[in-house]
Design a protein around this ligand. Structure first.
Ligand code: ATP
Length: 326
């Protein structure tokens, strides 16, 4: 391998820059030419490819977003797009490509690998929804950002004795919501994995809690459930208690990465280069049982991940089990 490319794809995540920096510097330290592909698979198809030096990635480890920009690219889902992508890699002498992104981006990497471009996936998404890994770059920053925002909403919600529905991101996965549920001590946590929640039960809880003198009621609602505004209207109508919805939105994707995100990103990025230089093909980097590991990309994409029931049960029990003993 003489030249390695790196791109970021899908939703951006804090720590992506730390991963890019690690990829570039690890590669340069091994005598490899490093190239950056701008704007994900879109930039690949448009040949937006730049040389990267050690200086180009300096002063980036602490910055949110991605210096390579990111995009979603419908054309790359087609065979024709994938074939052209592989041709562009060959034309620019890219023998190995590090793809930092989520499952969708890995599916693109898998297609490129099948066409002879050795691609390695690095898990970068705030959603934590990649089955082969217990950790994804960006989750820690995003969950801390959401937690702090929810604390702030809670202050004003308590002062006004309101019910608050706070919608957090996560697409179809409920990890961010579950973690906030526990970290913020929410009364209710609604997860897409547990879609059959009982709204009447929530309404009954709110009324009961109010009778006991509780001044606030925090409901964390996952993006995958959504409809927070409509839910707030229904709950207000049923309880007679002022209910507000706050949708945290993209603020959760920004900001300086936490220490954890920087460290995981640095190690995962460097490992992706090591895996390529070891001559391994079609790999995805992950973190499992306390170790940084790599998996076959096909196996990684076939893995399934489920929300941990035990943690979900605890999030509920810590907010509801005191009623008999107060
Ligand atoms: P996140 O979930 O954090 O947004 P992601 O990588 O899963 O990250 P997607 O939008 O699903 O985000 O995928 C990013 C890009 O990867 C897509 O825009 C597309 O270009 C490419 N991609 C996704 N799925 C496939 C596929 N099955 N085959 C080829 N390319 C794909």
């Amino acid at each position: 391998i003489k030249t390695i490319g790196v791109l970021t794809s899908g939703g951006d995540a804090p720590g992506m820059n730390a991963a890019i920096r690690a990829v570039v510097r690890r590669g340069l330290s091994r005598g490899i030419n490093m190239k950056g592909v701008l704007k994900g698979y879109n930039g690949l198809l448009n040949e937006e490819i730049i040389d990267l030096t050690a200086v180009d990635v300096s002063d980036t480890i602490q910055r949110g977003g991605t210096i390579l920009y990111t995009a979603r690219c419908a054309e790359f889902r087609t065979e024709e797009g994938q074939r052209r992508g592989a041709e562009v890699c060959k034309k620019h002498g890219i023998d190995g490509l590090v793809v930092i992104g989520g499952d969708g981006s890995f599916a693109g990497a898998q297609k490129l690998a099948n066409l002879g471009i050795n691609a390695v996936g690095v898990p970068g998404t705030i959603d934590l929804d990649i089955a082969c890994t217990e950790y994804t770059i960006g989750f820690d920053t995003a969950v801390n950002t959401a937690m702090e925002a929810i604390d702030k909403v809670r202050d004003t919600s308590t002062s006004h004795e309101r019910v608050s529905i706070i919608e957090v991101m996560g697409r179809n996965a409920g990890y961010l919501a579950l973690w906030c549920g526990i970290a913020n001590g929410a009364e209710d946590v609604l997860l897409p994995e547990k879609y059959d929640y009982d709204e009447q039960q929530i309404i009954n809880n709110i009324i009961d809690n109010r009778k006991k003198g509780k001044k606030h009621h925090i409901i964390i609602n996952a993006e995958g459930i959504g409809h927070s505004e409509a839910m707030a209207k229904r709950i207000e109508a049923a309880t007679g208690i002022e209910t507000r919805a706050t949708i945290l939105g993209h603020m959760q994707r920004g900001g300086s990465p936490t220490c954890k995100d920087r460290v995981y990103a640095s190690i995962m990025g460097a490992k992706a280069v090591d895996v390529l230089l070891e001559g391994k093909t079609k790999r995805v980097i992950g973190y499992k049982n306390g170790e940084y590991v790599d998996f076959d990309i096909n196996e990684a994409l076939a893995m399934k991940k489920t929300i941990p029931d035990y943690q979900y049960e605890i999030s509920y029990s810590l907010s509801h089990n005191y009623s008999k003993n107060v």
